[in-house]
Design a protein around this ligand. Sequence first.
Ligand code: SAH
Length: 251
Amino acid sequence: MGIPITVILGKSKVIIAIAIFLTDTKGADKLGAMNKDERKFERWRQEMVERQLISRGITDTQVLAAMGRIPRHLFVSEALTDSAYGDFPLPIGEAQTISQPYIIAEMTQALELTGEERVLEIGTGSGYQAAVLAEIVFRVYTIERNNTLFMRTRKLFDQLKYHNIVARYSDGTQGWNAESPFDAIIVTAGGQKIPQPLVDQLAVGGRLVMPVGGLFSQELIRVEKHADGITTQSLGGCRFVKLIGQHGWKE
Ligand code: SAH
């Protein structure tokens, strides 16, 4: 009676051992593939930083480090991951776009951030710009008017553990009075003029960057707020989607 039992146990041990071996091999393959992809994205990211940012004059080391770290490919749809580090904007759904890496670097650099700031962003979109800010500053407040994008991106912030990003669904042209004043404000959609509530909610000494102009082309404007008023400066031409709201374009 004892012998058959031993045989059966023996066989099942062998089967179990083979099963573990098979799963292990599959797991290792998957891990290998993942690492290979990760290495590819890492290489593309470093190329992006060198060829698109440093070579064009971006010098802020915090901006370069943040953009060299953030997995930009996770902020676009799966079909576009291989284009995520390209030198161009990309569609993110809802007729909106994620900006070209250089524009994001230029706008972030213009805010002259040191790390302690509370920053307001208008136009959360894919969440990439907010992530760049979140890597550098103390806290990011970001507002999106499109509910589909708001819901999707808020989930992504959770998944990527960006706990210092506070996201809100509303019209960003009215700012976020309860959390003001902000040390810096960045508007990632274009309007004909800078919404007055945003200037009001900027701290004295604070910087604001926004594309200002017509529907099809704008100038990137940098505003600095002083005790006795504001000074503005143009950083060059750009093309952004519409800033829609009470102090922006009508829908
Ligand atoms: N910063 C984004 C860019 C998104 S494109 C990124 O990194 O991906 C601009 C976004 O601004 C769009 O998602 C659009 O829906 C949003 N937007 C336009 N007008 C707005 C408003 N008044 N308030 C908040 N978001 C607005």
